[in-house]
Design a protein around this ligand. Structure first.
Ligand code: UD1
Ligand code: CA
Length: 460
């Protein structure tokens, strides 16, 4: 049955308490917008059609989620019931259950969605509930004499007796589609907030004698985010869950308290993450790799048994067995070959280094390619920019670039060529050539000794 389920995700609200220009549901938790976590949970539970109700900042929400989901617009935010009504046309003719979820519950997972659908069975309506020590702010579940849910009362409409109820509406529901779309037009905004409350459907369905279920769910997974402190708390708990998943899959985390791993990062078994690491975006780390301490990887691909220490890698790949850092910065589009060595204070930008290249100290390689086994001496700089255009430097295989050389692009160093230390290279070298781009040294015999003696003699 879950395969026929559809879902409506409410994401049109302003999120006033976030005090932000960004729509609430686009605030990120462990690297993904909150609403994307909800969409993924639904997908993971086998929900094929997902309609996201957008309004406040709707274009931004659409561009964040792309065309993996459908959209319905709620131009004016008149309440959760009104929001669901805006999605009714999109799901016209749908048979089977409809899950309604909020875009501001980033901790919900596929298992929680699947559990709800299973508990729902053939009910007309099933609401996910949680029992909280501190229920303030949530809608309360009112049960009848038989213990069946009879209605939900919002905080602002509740009597003091109702406020004492600790079972709350988690804001996640499953509905029979026909019942949902039949009852929605009957909602009235006769309440404290003058809004159309989705929660009133519980009372309407129960009064019609329909089967209304309450499914007690894990309160921690259904926490809503309404302000930035709740956002920080959601981040902390999801972060911990992500770290635990990696640890149990065979990754050593030396210090979870200072390790930050976003939702989509993949880490191979027997990798070690040292303290102070931030692993972001679509980063992948191969088995046995050693990352950190104090390393930031964003959209980085790190090979097996590679080592990246005290470095920043952005949108770049490091092949198996390569060593990077300490203090290296790999910028967009760089590739470091197998067993290569990128050392202290080296910056790469859009540079492709083949296997076993060594650029071990104080170097900038930008818009460059470097062939296998080439040694790039300390202090080598590619001059890739003349103030107007970027040009490439091609360095072949088995080249020896002497220290403190300046390679003025566009320029090519053929395979097996050499560059003398301290050269400024402006002309290409054919394979096997050597380039000496420096002034010839003049040696003055005994000059230093004579200079010192003259100076000493003239002291008072
Ligand atoms: C809602 C429930 C409450 C429940 C709580 C759980 C109602 C009336 N109340 O209250 O019983 O305990 O969630 O977190 O449903 N939204 C729209 N359009 C609107 C209004 C809201 O899309 O016109 C969206 C919001 O963007 C948000 C979600 O619906 O994602 C919930 O709205 P919110 O205002 O946060 O509802 P709560 O007051 O938290
Ligand atoms: Ca809320």
């Amino acid at each position: 049955m879950p395969s026929q389920a559809a879902a409506i995700v409410l994401a049109a609200g302003k999120g006033t308490r976030m005090k932000s220009d960004l729509p609430k549901v686009l605030h990120r938790v462990c690297g993904l917008p909150m609403v994307e976590h909800v969409v993924r949970a639904l997908r993971g539970a086998g929900v094929a059609r997902i309609v996201v109700v957008v309004g406040h900042g709707g274009e931004a929400v659409q561009s964040a989620l792309g065309d993996a989901v459908e959209y319905a617009w709620q131009r004016e935010q008149l309440g959760t019931g009104h929001a669901v009504r805006c999605a009714a046309d999109a799901l016209a003719g749908h048979e089977g259950p409809v899950v309604v979820a909020s875009g501001d519950t980033p901790l919900v997972d596929a298992a929680a969605m699947a559990d709800l659908l299973e508990a729902h069975g053939d009910n007309a309506l099933t609401v996910a509930t949680a029992v909280l020590d501190e229920p303030t702010g949530y809608g309360r579940i009112v049960r009848d004499a038989q213990g069946k849910p009879s209605r939900i009362v919002e905080q602002k409409d509740a009597t003091s007796e109702e406020k004492a109820i600790r079972e709350v509406n988690a804001g996640l529901y499953a509905f029979d589609a026909a019942t949902l779309f039949r009852l929605l037009p009957e909602l009235r905004a006769d309440n404290a907030q003058r809004e159309y409350y989705l929660t009133d459907l519980v009372h309407m369905a129960a009064a019609d004698g329909l089967a209304v279920g309450a499914h007690t769910a894990d309160a921690a997974l259904l926490q809503g985010v309404n302000d930035r402190w709740q956002l920080a708390e959601a981040e902390a708990s999801l972060r911990k869950a992500i770290l635990k998943r990696h640890a149990l899959a065979g990754v050593t985390l030396r210090d979870p308290a200072t390790t930050y791993v976003e939702a989509d990062v993949q880490i191979g078994a027997d990798a070690t993450i040292e303290p102070g690491c931030h692993l972001k975006g679509l980063t992948t780390i191969g088995a046995g790799a050693r990352i950190g301490p104090n390393t930031v990887l964003e959209n980085a691909q790190i090979g097996e048994n590679a080592k990246v220490q005290l470095s920043v890698v952005d949108a770049s790949a490091v092949a198996d067995g390569a060593k990077v850092g300490p203090y290296a910065h790999l910028r967009g589009g760089s590739r470091v070959g197998k067993d290569a060595r990128i050392g202290n204070f080296v910056e790469l930008k859009n540079a492709e280094l083949a296997e076993r290249v060594a650029a071990a100290h104080l170097t900038y390689l930008g818009d460059a390619s470097v062939g296998a086994r080439t040694n790039v001496g300390a202090g080598t700089i590619t001059c890739n920019y003349d103030g107007f255009a970027k040009s490439r430097t091609h360095i072949g295989a088995d080249v020896f670039v002497g220290s403190q050389s300046t390679l003025v692009a566009p320029v090519t160093l053929g395979d097996g060529s050499m560059v003398a230390a301290g050269s400024v290279i402006t002309q290409s070298l054919a394979p096997g050539d050597a380039g000496f781009g420096r002034a010839r040294q003049e040696t003055k015999e005994g000059w230093a000794t004579r200079f010192r003696e003259r100076k000493k003699a003239s002291q008072p």
